[in-house]
Design a protein around this ligand. Structure first.
Ligand code: NDP
Length: 280
């Protein structure tokens, strides 16, 4: 029987645990505050921002909204970041991506104080994660590892293949699986004979960004498959990078889309936000 890994239930459990911690801090007069910055009105970004603010409200994290016009210049955005960095009442800063094309994302992400970088995009925090030092963890990869752990899936010693090497998902996911003592292979668009590589995986993490690309021909019998992809198909239904109907019967455990990794990303963001006060 294939186990369906319920990210919605696990993320709800995590948010409840965080809510309890937040309540205890509030009793001592300490509250986390997340500044959420959005530039322009990209509809998908607006949904993500709304969901993040809703999660903050549930957990007991104050959120401040900065909704800036599409025409906002890089200098204007940098000066807002500078102001938020200096504001002691703000413990975390999140700039929703993507930014309009005239703004350099790297300039903005590098300007966020590493101590307030709850997305864990700043090079200093990425470096700490790679070195295994304490600090923020990138939300989506941390969500993947947390799902595996909470489902009791052993990682140490397992063959893990990650498809994708983006800075946001593939690379940090590989690094975090290595930290958990998996034997990790990273596949990408230049990988030769992808199927031959992915069929070695006990744990296959798919972050390829191509709707339904991974079918059963890429998967070893009994593997655990984690689908990070999020897309909308022709009928406007949400789907992943994995062809769930074909793959599910072949594996021992799989994440659905929606309801798998997606909700975990927000739960891990909440964990990072709360850590800005817990670590103090
Ligand atoms: P990117 O497009 O940045 O990266 C895709 C990666 O897949 C690249 O490394 C690319 O290789 C590789 N790739 C592309 N085509 C192939 C192929 N045919 N064979 C092998 N490798 C290939 O995507 P992201 O990492 O940002 O996101 C991946 C998916 O995860 C997307 O569907 C995205 O929407 C989703 N996502 C979900 C989140 C969540 O909360 N659940 C959060 C973030 C993303 P190369 O480097 O060589 O170009």
């Amino acid at each position: 029987m294939t186990k369906i890994i319920d990210g919605k239930r696990i993320s709800a459990e995590i948010k409840d645990e965080l809510r309890e911690q937040a309540m205890k801090f509030k009793e001592r007069g300490i509250e986390a505050t997340l500044a959420v910055v959005q530039v322009g009105l990209d509809p998908a970004s607006s949904i993500y921002v709304r969901n993040k603010k809703k999660a903050c409200e549930y957990v007991g994290i104050r959120s401040l909204s900065y909704e800036l016009a599409e025409e906002t210049t890089e200098e204007e955005l940098l000066s807002l970041i500078e102001k938020l960095n200096k504001d002691n009442a703000v413990s975390g800063i999140l700039v929703q991506l993507p930014l309009p094309a005239h703004i350099c994302e790297k300039h903005i992400l590098d300007a966020i104080s590493p101590a307030k970088d709850v997305d864990c995009f700043h090079p200093e925090n990425v470096g700490k994660m790679c070195l295994g030092e304490p600090g923020f963890l990138p939300c989506t990869p941390a969500g993947v590892v947390e799902l595996l752990k909470r489902e009791g899936i052993e990682i140490a010693g397992k063959e893990c293949v990650v498809i994708g090497r983006s800075n946001i998902v593939g690379k940090p996911a590989s690094m975090m699986m290595l930290r958990e003592n998996a034997t990790v292979t990273i596949a990408h668009s230049r990988t030769k004979d992808l199927r031959e590589v992915t069929k070695r995986a006990d744990i296959l993490i798919v972050a390829v960004g191509k709707p339904l690309m991974i079918d059963d021909s890429y998967v070893k019998e009994g593997a655990v498959v984690i689908d990070v992809g999020i897309h909308r198909n022709a009928e406007n239904k949400v789907c992943g990078d994995v062809d769930y109907d074909k793959v599910a019967p072949k594996c021992s455990a799989i994440t659905p889309v929606p309801g798998g990794v997606g909700p975990m990303t927000i739960a891990m963001l909440m964990r990072n936000c709360l850590s800005t006060i817990i670590d103090k």
